[in-house]
Design a protein around this ligand. Structure first.
Ligand code: NYM
Length: 212
């Protein structure tokens, strides 16, 4: 018979509080995977380049006001509008490193007091990541790092609640890295964890959907 081997790229998600160092780690990881010859792209949510993304961006800049549930659904829609491209990239063998995903959606909105199950519902059916890496830092330490950019949510009291939400959300499959370690050490740990996941997906691990 025909042995099925659907080699594909890995869906890697990085999560964490604002100022945890996710964005620099994503770009370091991208160049290191590129250097070793992997097909890889770096994505981020919110993707501010789409129409929905522009509404989100103006909300985050405090240029517009939106109902908490309305903005939550826009963040989700912003992932839905990228879902089919995401799937075709993965199936064609490209690994995606994604800076924030549904977990940010749930953690930030539930930190406002919205019910967590309600927050999770619109994410059902999006692609499930093969790996979630949480860059852990206390809200206090994150706040000390060169200050926040002044966007909505970038306040110590709010970040404390986001940290609590992340704690509720995370499960045994998440990999936690101490984000207060030197940047090179975080990079090295991250690369090792990611390579393992890339390998498994290359061997034909099936794609699945949220919430597993
Ligand atoms: N954020 C991000 C949400 O509230 N919900 C989401 O679904 C996503 C993806 O947007 N403070 C928040 C977290 C951040 C803010 O993200 C902008 P970034 O990574 O700073 O561009």
């Amino acid at each position: 018979g025909s042995k099925k081997c659907d080699s594909r790229g890995a869906l890697i998600v990085l999560e964490g509080l604002d100022r945890c160092g996710k964005t620099s780690q994503c770009s370091r990881l991208l160049s290191s995977l590129e250097k070793s010859g992997h097909a890889v792209e770096s994505w981020r949510f919110p993707d501010r380049n789409t129409g929905v993304g522009q509404m989100i961006s103006s909300y985050l800049a405090n240029d517009s006001h939106l109902d908490d549930r309305a903005i939550h659904l826009l963040f989700s829609a912003n992932r839905w509008e990228k879902r089919s491209l995401m799937e075709s990239k993965l199936r064609s063998g490209t690994t995606l490193i994604v800076d924030r995903y549904s977990f940010s959606g749930v953690a930030f909105s539930s930190a406002k007091g919205l019910d967590m199950e309600w927050c999770k519902a619109p994410e059902i059916g999006l692609l499930a990541p093969d790996l979630v890496v949480y860059l852990e830092i206390s809200p206090e330490q994150a706040a000390e790092r060169g200050g926040y950019g002044g966007e909505r949510y970038e306040k110590l009291e709010f970040q404390k609640r986001v940290a609590e939400s992340y704690k509720t959300l995370r499960d045994a499959t998440w990999k936690i890295i101490d984000a207060t370690l030197p940047i090179e050490d975080v990079e090295k740990q991250l690369r090792e964890i990611v390579m393992e996941s890339v390998l498994t997906c290359g061997e034909g691990k099936p794609l699945s959907e949220l919430w597993p």
